[in-house]
Design a protein around this ligand. Structure first.
Ligand SMILES: Cc1cc2nc3c(=O)[nH]c(=O)nc-3n(C[C@H](O)[C@H](O)[C@H](O)COP(=O)(O)OP(=O)(O)OC[C@H]3O[C@@H](n4cnc5c(N)ncnc54)[C@H](O)[C@@H]3O)c2cc1C
Length: 576
């Protein structure tokens, strides 16, 4: 057989070997959910996770690939055929096909409590195997808005909007979006200039005017918009959070105009626009003078939590593509995946993804606990509130950086083919991961937020004991790795405290320290998982690799007699 034919046959076998169900392809997801949500809860949601794992492979991935391959980006249609303003966004039919499968999974029907939190995470992790895919951002925005309306909205708002925010039928649902960012700043939301004035003759309603600069899901049915009531204080304190329906009569745009859709590096299938509001009718979500708190606690915290889930799903898909390719591709008469340097590279990808899933499911458990404790749990200082507040920001920061790194590593394993758009989803995953890094808070801004929270609320006093407790839940089995993590936390503590006590300059050091502390968090979570898993899952080896890479000062694999064994064991578990 000529070499060219052999090469093509290898690629054909690789394609044929790709998973037909992403839930079944990742037994680790079930193990982590069983540990953190409980075996019984996993049992009840597992059929839906499995069905959706198949839908992602069979329906959503081909639809998204079609959209990306043909550059089928959404188009802004300002007027209908006879010149009436409609401000519509048109998509290729494949977009709707994917959306129908996403909404049919029930991920937006999940209740805002511990039952719903874990199910949403499982389903969203699977969805993110296609990258953002045009629907991940709408899911996140809708979940956040639905949560805000349910927990903070008036009875009228709830009656009007909740049923369709929870709808499973894509063609009948309300999709949400959230517009905070303005042209003068995204990080500095307190600089918002959009205005809100009471609507004449409509009790409880307001009118919103001003520009919003980054408006993803511009085609949504309901927009959550931050705006400042006339006379309200400057800064974030003076912001209200309003619900603006796309149309009040079902046809005419509700006082807004789309300037243009943005042409983006990633998340290209998603419609992100610049939008001008001019007297749009709106209703406050919660008290008008509490708008920023509503935006942060309900919308942004949901987005940051789910952003981390999405980053983790991207990592897993990148690993699946790279590891299966490496098993099928040959070079210099050897299977690529047999070269030690490739094996190390894959083991690192796998450990990073498992660490990201570990910390993100823990964030989910914390949030679930708070939700079960009641709407005011955070303000009442319920158990876990401080740790959740810390981790929801710090975990988004770190997982989004890891996702880009892991997607880039995946492209490297595929060589030149890794850069080709229709060869694998990796170019798309890489681009989307880059966007995940900046939206919902840039790295510096999230680190600054964590720094501020630690200074103001003493979060470190809750977080450090929590890490130590997580480590001790791993028990004796964590062995030397457990001691290494404990020592790293010990060494970091005085440096963190110095950064909190010193001025602005020290905040720059805090980002590096936070990196390390989050690695300790992830390592502790991984070790706790490994403690209850069978040896052949490879989790203990993945945890050990992770600890050595990130937390052993001056670690050099060359001097590490266990390194090669750990790589092999980490790769042996969970084949994929
Ligand atoms: C594809 C895409 C879609 C988006 N969709 C939406 C949406 O639907 N709704 C929405 O409201 N927003 C959306 N955004 C906006 C996003 O949230 C902002 O881009 C983000 O918050 C950063 O704001 P900015 O771009 O204005 O950057 P800037 O705030 O201008 O930041 C510039 C740089 O300064 C740094 N910086 C800022 N403040 C500090 C500080 N205190 N300390 C140190 N460094 C600092 C930042 O880290 C960054 O590196 C979207 C963004 C993208 C890329």
């Amino acid at each position: 057989m000529p070499d060219s034919q052999r090469g093509r046959d290898d690629l054909a076998r690789w394609w044929a070997s790709r998973p037909t169900n992403y839930y079944d392809a990742t037994p680790n997801l079930a193990r982590v959910l069983a540990l953190r949500a409980g075996a019984e809860r996993l049992r009840t949601m597992e059929p839906r996770l499995r069905d959706f794992g198949h839908a992602v492979a069979a329906v959503i991935e081909p639809a998204v690939a079609t959209l990306e391959r043909h550059r089928e980006q959404p188009a802004h249609v300002a007027y209908d055929a006879i010149g009436r303003p409609i401000e519509a966004v048109e998509f290729h039919p494949a977009y709707r096909r994917a959306g129908q499968a996403v909404w049919a999974s029930g991920m937006l029907a999940a209740p805002h409590d511990s039952r719903g939190a874990f199910e949403l995470v499982g389903l969203f992790y699977l969805l993110s195997h296609v990258g953002e895919g045009g629907h991940a951002c709408p899911v996140v925005c809708t979940a956040g808005l639905s949560r805000a309306v349910e927990r903070r909205g008036s009875a009228d708002l709830q009656a009007l909007f909740m049923p369709r925010l929870r709808e499973r039928d894509y063609d009948n649902c309300y999709r949400g979006s959230q517009f905070l960012t303005e042209v003068q700043g995204g990080s500095d939301v307190g600089a918002n200039t959009a205005r809100a004035v009471p609507a004449a003759g409509q009790l409880g309603a307001w009118r919103i005017s001003g520009e919003k600069w980054f408006c993803s899901v511009a085609d949504a049915d309901l927009f959550a918009v931050t705006a400042r009531p006339d006379g309200a204080p400057a800064g974030t304190r003076g912001l209200g959070c309003f619900l603006v329906p796309r149309s009040v009569d079902g046809v005419t745009p509700n006082g807004y105009r789309i300037r243009r859709l943005k042409d983006k590096l990633g998340t290209r299938v998603l419609a992100s626009a610049e939008v001008d509001f001019d007297g749009a009718l709106a209703w406050p979500i919660g008290p008008v003078d509490d708008g920023f708190r509503v935006a942060v606690e309900e919308l942004l915290n949901t987005s940051r939590w789910l952003n981390a889930v999405g980053s983790t799903g991207i990592m897993r898909r990148a690993y699946l593509e790279a590891s299966s390719f490496a098993r099928h591709r040959s070079a210099f008469g050897r299977v690529v995946g047999s070269f030690p340097i490739v094996r190390e590279h894959l083991a690192v990808m796998k450990a990073e993804e498992q660490a990201a899933l570990a910390s993100t499911v823990v964030v989910t458990a914390l949030r679930a606990g708070l939700d079960d404790a009641g709407a005011d749990a955070e303000r009442a200082g319920a158990d876990g509130a401080a740790v959740f507040r810390f981790l929801v920001n710090a975990n988004k920061y770190l997982t989004s950086i890891s996702a880009t790194d892991v997607a880039r590593r995946g492209i490297e394993v595929l060589g030149g083919n890794g850069t080709i758009e229709d060869f694998s989803p990796l170019p798309r995953l890489y681009r989307d991961a880059m966007v995940f890094e900046s939206w919902e808070g840039t790295h510096n801004v999230l680190c600054a937020q964590v720094h501020r929270d630690c200074v103001r609320l003493g979060l470190l006093d809750e977080v450090l004991p929590w890490i130590r407790a997580e480590l001790s839940s791993a028990g004796e089995g964590a062995g030397a790795d457990g001691r290494t993590v404990a020592a790293a936390v010990e060494a970091l503590e005085p440096r963190l405290r110095r950064s909190l006590a010193d001025g602005e300059h020290a905040a720059a050091h805090f980002r590096r320290q936070l990196d390390r502390l989050m690695r300790a968090v992830q390592a502790a979570c991984l070790l706790a998982e490994a403690a209850v898993e069978a040896a052949d899952t490879g989790k203990a080896a993945a945890a050990s690799l992770f600890v050595r890479r990130h937390l052993v000062p001056g670690h050099d694999p060359e001097d590490d007699a266990d390194w090669r064994r750990l790589v092999d064991e980490a790769l042996a578990g969970d084949a994929g």
